[in-house]
Design a protein around this ligand. Structure first.
Ligand SMILES: Cc1cc2nc3c(=O)[nH]c(=O)nc-3n(C[C@H](O)[C@H](O)[C@H](O)COP(=O)(O)OP(=O)(O)OC[C@H]3O[C@@H](n4cnc5c(N)ncnc54)[C@H](O)[C@@H]3O)c2cc1C
Length: 74
């Protein structure tokens, strides 16, 4: 009999600040529990939306407000 515990699938729709922060905590307390997939409507990794105005005003770059780079997702 296969005694390995199979990870449960967890799908998060929306690659936003609150959701990704939740995933960070989940991964910290239960790193082996879930096989996680994230679907997002935007072509960017998770960024600090509160700082979007300075980016649109040209005062900051999008890279500067990214919270989780693409590397984090692997
Ligand atoms: C310009 C600006 C300034 C702000 N300033 C402040 C501030 O000073 N203080 C403050 O407290 N709050 C501020 N806010 C609000 C704050 O950014 C939001 O409260 C916060 O981002 C909410 O986080 P969230 O993760 O719930 O949602 P979001 O950050 O909105 O993330 C949701 C994500 O889900 C994606 N999504 C939605 N539906 C789907 C779908 N069906 N399929 C795939 N993806 C989907 C969206 O594209 C988005 O990326 C500001 C917001 C903006 C836009």
């Amino acid at each position: 009999m296969d005694m390995r515990v199979r990870k449960q699938k967890l799908v998060m729709i929306g690659n936003g600040m609150a959701g990704v922060r939740t995933l960070e905590e989940l991964i910290k307390v239960a790193p082996e529990l879930y096989d996680i997939s994230v679907f997002g409507a935007e072509p960017h990794p998770n960024y600090n939306r509160i700082l979007l105005s300075p980016v649109l005003a040209g005062e900051q770059t999008l890279d500067e407000i990214v919270l989780n780079s693409w590397d984090w997702y692997n």
